[in-house]
Design a protein around this ligand. Structure first.
Ligand SMILES: [Zn+2]
Length: 342
């Protein structure tokens, strides 16, 4: 098969588009013919070595895949060749203490497609059959590939972890990102009000078009001051944080009493300070959230099919242009998701 892989760490120029060994499925694994694969920020970390692929090099990136079942061997029932599917991107062992408690997202042996095993920057990818979800004909492959990480992460963070309720207000950072654009829509679906931040006018416009009540340009405005102004100095009930560093610290100041900050990533820095006085005197909650569950992804798919959630796709590249797509991502030029199509 053809794949866009890398054999040494570095920038997008390290991506090689060429022949790669076809995946050989074990019992319980299916091979999916990739119709579309989305790019993620983690792809850059895997490539440059900040998060070296645990299985070593060469490595094929790609966490989010939609396609058709190519091979479904023993243990893959009820899936059959030709079925349209998306791949649930997280793998759990099913045996550790946390899996047995039903909390598979914190499995001791958790792994991601495209990180802990070769992913979808390829014509074919092998995955555990348990990770396959039927993709309704009403949802395109491009839409299907654009939602498993971002939509699911935002859903689990806001609905399950932050317990966002109707009438509440949520601050969503980086409206132009997959997580941000999903979170604005999910907040609206939950009957909540969304305030978004972004660093450019087109991203602010996207935020408003997705239903954000207000959009703050964090390059031109102090987002803490703006949140205070927009909420009559009360603050927001929930902040969805995935930047880290100063954004994390200052997000704490945006919370109302009893508010919740839910963190799902650390794209700028893995570190964030906080003034503990705000946390204890206002009874704040700081919670982490990692991906989500298969059941939640099914719920997301239903809303996408009904047109009530819309994965935002910026641009589709050919698989052979993977290096160019990664450069585009690195330069943060994207407004929504970037996709590769073999
Ligand atoms: Zn486990």
């Amino acid at each position: 098969m053809k794949a866009a892989y890398f054999a040494e760490h570095g920038g997008p120029e390290k991506i090689i588009y060429g022949d790669f060994a076809d995946p050989v499925p074990q019992p319980g694994e299916a091979v999916v013919r990739v119709a579309a694969c989305a790019l993620n920020h983690v792809d850059l970390l895997l490539l440059d070595g900040r998060f070296p692929p645990p299985q070593g090099l060469p490595h094929v990136n790609g966490c989010e895949v939609a396609g058709t079942v190519e091979t479904a061997g023993p243990g893959c029932e009820p899936h059959a060749r030709g079925e349209r599917v998306i791949v649930f991107p997280g793998f759990a062992c099913g045996r550790c203490e946390y899996c047995l408690r039903g909390e598979r997202t914190v499995c001791l042996n958790y792994g991601y497609l495209g990180a802990h095993r070769d992913g979808g920057y390829a014509e074919l990818v092998k995955v555990p059959a348990d990770n396959l979800l039927p993709l309704d004909g009403g949802i395109s492959f491009e839409q299907g590939a654009a939602l498993p990480m971002a939509m699911l992460t935002s859903w689990h963070a806001l609905v399950a972890q932050a317990r966002l309720a109707p009438g509440q207000t949520v601050l969503v950072h980086a409206a132009g990102s997959g997580v941000g654009s999903a979170a604005i829509q999910i907040a609206r679906l939950a009957g909540a009000r969304a305030i978004a931040t972004a660093g450019s006018d087109d991203k602010l416009e996207l935020a408003r078009s997705l239903g954000a009540e207000a959009a703050i340009n964090y390059r031109k405005q102090d987002f803490v001051e703006e949140v205070r102004r927009l909420t009559g100095r009360r603050g927001v009930d929930v902040v969805l944080e995935h930047i880290g560093a100063e954004t994390f610290e200052r997000s704490i100041y945006c919370l109302s009493r009893l508010g919740t900050l839910v963190t799902v990533g650390s794209h700028a820095s893995h570190w964030g300070r906080m003034d503990l006085r705000h946390v204890y005197s206002k009874n704040l909650r700081i919670v982490g959230s990692n991906l989500g569950t298969l059941t939640e992804l099914r719920a997301v798919l239903r809303f996408v099919k009904e047109g009530r959630l819309r994965p935002v796709v910026d641009r589709v590249f050919a698989l052979s242009e993977a290096a160019e797509a990664l450069r585009y991502l690195l330069e943060r030029r994207n407004l929504g998701k970037l996709l590769l199509v073999p």
